[in-house]
Design a protein. Structure first.
Length: 599
């Protein structure tokens, strides 16, 4: 079975460490490298946290540089759930743009070690998987609908989630993969009169757009060829499918199945990696990225081993005649090397690129130096009970200014920026200019930027709020309560829609009804369960409900007061405990015996 792309080893390139690249300055260095080069820069971060931090810094310091994000799946390896539509959309959007890009702007492709070591769909799949349209142009609605169906979009009456579309005469609502907002296309005949973004909850338009670009919804497109390939390779790997297998049955029927992406190698003749999409790129690696790669492979190995142990235990029970009705839920994991790059292939793939290992420390004589160093930390002053913190900050800023540095102060929020500016002005620092990006000529400026630590070069210095004032306060966005979000969706529920009650399982929404109890009216959702049983849920208790999801055709109603729902919940808890136990066993074995994760 050949499902992986061969490593390209025809060209050997340099790999070297570059010192003097502390955290914060790495984004500045990447932007300068991209500007000087005619080829893309592929930067691999050590984890998701630094992925987000460096993206924010890049957009701040280098607005002239195009940055494409390629995040990792936001689920565990060998999971039963799929990565979210937002993450998949962003990944596919980046891959498609790399294939169809004609811009001359400097380019940085930003990814993580988890994403870089995982195999991805082949380029051939995405070469014809982009649909674009502009305001004022004619649009072939039949061609659009064919594209949407072929690329995994789901038709619905009301568009709420990524990957959905609705057709209502001259109006076409689409939630594009990788987009933050759904779009409403208003057509007069075949001509596009308007393209507007709209709010998925209120359905109200928010702003005009000049164009739209559509990409596939999933990394698994269930074409006839993909289904046939999956069926053949699934049987080849796991033998004859004698029992009911939900995954095998769903894919055979061209239905989406939760977690089906974890069998990605079985759908295509060959998989590739992010390196195949940018074959000539300069590759830069975060400090300690290799250690992160080793930890990631150990995690994958642990989860794969746990799945194998669980599968073998289920098969042993079956042979002894102790099989249960849950046999059909047995998880058959694909071999690790089919979905992930091992250490040898990783080295071979890097060998075809110029690779720069970024290092925050000062160089030894003869080593390459980027010329930056970690900024001043005022922890020693904060530790003194009588220390004049702001006075020392003022003196340090003035010293930097006298030596020709352009000084920038980075705060975490607008409020902290304004407070810090006011305090320093009261200390005697004048002419502090508020800026919204790093492309400024100001000698002393202040901005909102989520850097944890600052840096200094011969010409520039950045002081962060954390370095000046201490531990960073986490910047969290206020999220709506689950019940608040659900209240917004009540008006979007239609008769027959499915919901899940945390105590009673899957029910069917009939209508919103007012009941009078002890003379007090209560607005309730009326739910229908198997056998015609009814349940009324007060709107103030909506936190016990959740939407069933988009795939409602296969839903089966639970019986009110029955044991099936509780049994399923108990079974899931049991499986989680078994999986946790197997992971502990694998971890213990690893401590006793060191093994190479992937050969």
């Amino acid at each position: 079975m050949t499902t992986t792309s061969p490593a390209k080893t025809e060209r050997k390139a340099d790999r070297y460490p570059l010192f003097g690249v502390p955290e914060g300055y790495d984004s500045v260095f990447l932007a300068e490298t991209a500007r000087k080069s005619s080829i893309p820069v592929l930067h691999v971060t050590s984890d998701d946290v630094h992925f987000e931090e460096i993206y924010e810094a890049l957009t701040f310091f280098a607005p002239d540089v195009e940055v494409l994000r390629f995040p990792a799946w936001d689920c565990l390896p060998y999971d039963r759930i799929s990565p979210t539509a937002e993450v998949v959309g962003e990944r596919l959007k980046t891959l498609s743009r790399l294939l169809h890009r004609n811009s001359k702007k400097p380019l940085i492709v930003l990814t993580t070690i988890s994403a870089a070591t995982q195999r991805i769909p082949p380029q051939q799949l995405l070469k014809n998987s982009v649909f674009t349209a502009r305001k004022g142009e004619n649009i072939d609605q039949k061609a659009l609908q064919s594209f949407l169906v072929a690329n995994g979009y789901h038709r619905t009456e009301t568009v709420r989630e990524a990957g959905e579309y609705a057709l209502r005469g001259g109006l076409i609502d689409i939630f594009p993969s990788g987009s933050l907002d759904p779009l409403r296309i208003d057509c007069f005949g075949d001509e596009i009169e308007n393209i507007r973004a709209f709010d998925a909850l209120s359905q109200r338009t928010t702003e005009d757009r000049a164009e739209l670009a559509l990409y596939p919804v999933s990394e698994v497109l269930l074409t006839e060829q993909a289904i046939a390939t999956f069926r053949a390779r699934y049987r080849e790997l796991f033998g004859a499918i004698r029992d009911d297998d939900p995954l095998y049955e769903s894919i055979s029927a061209a239905r989406k199945h939760a977690g089906m992406e974890h069998w990605l190698p079985l759908y295509y003749d060959q998989l590739e990696t992010i390196f195949d999409y940018v074959p000539d790129a300069i590759v830069t690696l975060d400090y300690q990225t290799e250690q992160s790669r080793e930890s990631r492979l150990q995690q994958i190995d642990d989860l794969y081993s746990a799945r194998r142990v669980m599968l073998e235990a289920e098969q042993t029970k079956k042979k002894k005649g102790k099989s249960e009705s849950t046999q059909s839920m047995a998880y058959r994991p694909v071999p690790m090397n089919l979905l992930y790059m091992g250490p040898h292939e990783w080295v071979e793939r890097l060998g075809t690129h110029e690779v720069i290992d970024l290092n925050p420390f000062a160089p030894a004589p003869g080593q390459k130096d980027a010329g930056a160093r970690k900024g001043r930390d005022f922890g020693d002053i904060r530790a003194q009970s009588a220390g004049d913190l702001y006075g020392v900050i003022k003196e340090h800023v003035e010293k930097l200014s006298r030596t020709g540095h352009a000084v920038m102060l980075a705060a975490y929020s607008n409020g902290s920026r304004d407070r810090l500016k006011l305090i320093l002005e009261q200390q005697g620092l004048a002419n502090i200019e508020v800026v919204d990006n790093g492309d400024t000529k100001a000698k002393l400026s202040i901005s909102v930027l989520g850097l944890a630590h600052g840096f200094e070069t011969d010409k520039r210095a950045v002081l962060t709020e954390q370095d000046m004032l201490g531990d960073r306060l986490s910047r969290t966005t206020k999220k709506k309560k689950k019940s608040d979000a659900f209240i917004f969706e009540i008006s979007q529920l239609h008769e027959g829609d499915f919901v899940v009650h945390e105590d009673h399982g899957v029910g069917q929404f009939e209508k919103l009804e007012t009941l009078v109890v002890d003379g007090v009216p209560h607005d309730c959702l009326k739910l229908i369960y198997a056998g015609g049983d009814k349940l009324f849920v007060p709107v103030e208790n909506l936190d016990v409900l959740s939407r069933y999801g988009a795939a409602e055709n296969g839903a089966v109603l639970d019986r009110l007061g029955g044991s099936a729902w509780q049994a399923r919940k108990a079974r899931v808890k049991r499986d989680l405990l078994i999986l946790a136990n197997e992971l502990l066993k694998v971890a213990a074995m690893r401590v006793l015996r060191h093994t190479d994760p992937i050969q």
